[in-house]
Design a protein around this ligand. Structure first.
Ligand SMILES: Cc1cc2nc3c(=O)[nH]c(=O)nc-3n(C[C@H](O)[C@H](O)[C@H](O)COP(=O)(O)OP(=O)(O)OC[C@H]3O[C@@H](n4cnc5c(N)ncnc54)[C@H](O)[C@@H]3O)c2cc1C
Length: 422
């Protein structure tokens, strides 16, 4: 039951959604404005908001993971969170790309591009925990949780937000509202912003698995006629077994069967599809399934409003691009907003927000196309395509320039991509 409506003070920016994207944006805005911007983060989910809550880590068997790319490293390092993330992430030192039933394969290495690693695999629980603890230390960020942004309405200047917490409502005025409430964004819908939804008619099965051979930092992208399998290296399980995060795209009924069947049957099927490069698969944790869809908001900016993260674009997870792209979006928005703040410009001005969208359009389109085409290219069983695939992977292995371009592309490092440097 909602009781009473109170008017409270203004903020420069209110972020609706304190998920990985909302929290990262708040940190970037705070850091690059020298803690000057007044920021409010509102999160639905009950999480500790007090300043002395410390991040905790358990090497659980069932956690979800994210592969951070080199572009994300460039953005996160200046924020001071990297040493803490480093405590529990695993560097990707090689990526082995292959196709089941064909000889063509290639191995990508950091030396191909002169980077320290091709990426870093981190459990979402630890990534989230580190971001939130950094956020709590910032004097210019207020954090409301559990609380819900019920409504956003544009005003002549800025926006008015209705926030519900502890069964009462607050009205808050801000210069800029950022919608970061996830793929099924209720606020996008409330504002009448349409979204294009494309179903891949596939499901991603996610689980952590153990096997007998050490991975030595090797990640795998293996294409099969049913869909791609990604295996991302993690630190060893509490039993000392080599461990990895599995993202396995499958036809819906097959995914359902593999989610429900017993462990032995699951490991047997995985072994059949993946092969023996990591020895024998010996254990699987809880299995989760995600229907694969591409969701794109038809508008990302309005006067006083920006839509970000999964609410703006939710991608096929196999190429591991969603969060990495969102971080680059956040870096770009931060550059533009901080500059406007320093020039005493209104932060919600439409032209300003349109310039953000224009500058990110190329990166977004490039990344979305890459994520979209990578998995489907390998599921179409037409002979010219399969020929191209076999030749393609082989060519990648002997043509260093192509390989470098492929890695840059996959890591979101290309001309015009936001890096977080000012
Ligand atoms: C299986 C899988 C694997 C992936 N792997 C990778 C990877 O390796 N690399 C990568 O870059 N990306 C990866 N991604 C993508 C990545 O997970 C997403 O890009 C990222 O989680 C998006 O975060 P978000 O903050 O936009 O949305 P969410 O994580 O959905 O967060 C939204 C938040 O908003 C809150 N909220 C909702 N409504 C309201 C409201 N009205 N008021 C207040 N709060 C609200 C919710 O409680 C939630 O915390 C993967 C995705 C999947 C599904």
């Amino acid at each position: 039951m909602v009781s009473g409506v109170a008017k409270i003070t203004d903020y420069d920016i209110v972020i609706a959604g304190g998920g990985m994207v909302g929290a990262s944006l708040a940190l970037q805005l705070s850091h690059h404005s020298q803690q000057q911007l007044r920021i409010l983060v509102v999160e639905n989910f009950p999480i500790a908001t007090e300043a002395d809550a410390i991040p905790n880590y358990h090497s659980t068997f069932d956690a979800r993971t994210t592969a951070l790319s080199y572009s994300s490293q460039l953005i996160l390092q200046p924020l001071g969170v990297w040493p803490m993330l480093q405590q529990h992430f695993t560097s990707i030192d090689r990526i082995h790309v292959s196709e089941r039933g064909r000889l063509g394969s290639t191995t990508l290495r950091p030396d191909d591009v002169n980077w320290p690693a091709l990426g870093y695999v981190i459990e979402n629980a630890w990534l989230g925990s580190v971001l939130l603890s950094a956020l709590r230390e910032k004097n210019n960020i207020e954090f409301l949780a559990p609380a819900t942004v019920k409504n956003i309405s544009p005003q002549q200047q800025g926006v008015k937000l209705t926030i519900e917490q502890d069964a009462s409502e607050k009205i808050i005025n801000a210069q800029l509202a950022v919608i970061a409430d996830g793929a099924n964004s209720g606020l996008r819908e409330q504002l009448g912003i349409a979204a294009k939804v494309h179903s891949y008619q596939q499901t991603a099965l996610i689980a952590n698995v153990s096997f007998t051979k050490a991975h030595n930092g090797c990640a795998y992208e293996r294409f099969t006629d049913q869909g791609p399998i990604a295996l991302l290296p993690l630190n060893d399980s509490e039993l000392g077994q080599p461990r990895a995060a599995l993202v396995w795209s499958l036809p819906n009924t097959e995914a359902q069967y593999l989610c429900d069947c017993d462990q032995q049957e699951f490991l047997h099927r995985l072994q059949q599809r993946f092969g023996h490069r990591q020895g024998e698969f010996i254990r699987v944790g809880d299995r989760f399934s995600y229907p694969l869809t591409l969701i794109e908001a038809e508008e990302q900016v309005r006067s006083g409003i920006v839509v970000m993260g999964n609410a703006a674009h939710s991608l096929h997870p196999v190429a591991g691009q969603g969060f990495n792209l969102a971080l680059r979006d956040c870096a770009r928005l931060t550059q533009i907003v901080v500059k406007a703040y320093q020039n005493k410009q209104a932060l919600g001005e439409l032209v300003l927000l349109q310039s953000y969208q224009q500058q990110q359009q190329f990166d977004q389109q490039k990344t979305i196309t890459f994520s979209d085409q990578l998995p489907t290219l390998f599921t179409r069983d037409q002979w010219p395509l399969s020929l191209l695939r076999g030749v393609g992977l082989g060519v990648l292995d002997i043509a260093p320039l192509l390989k470098t371009q492929f890695i840059h592309h996959a890591a979101g490092v290309h001309d015009g991509a936001a890096t977080g440097h000012h």
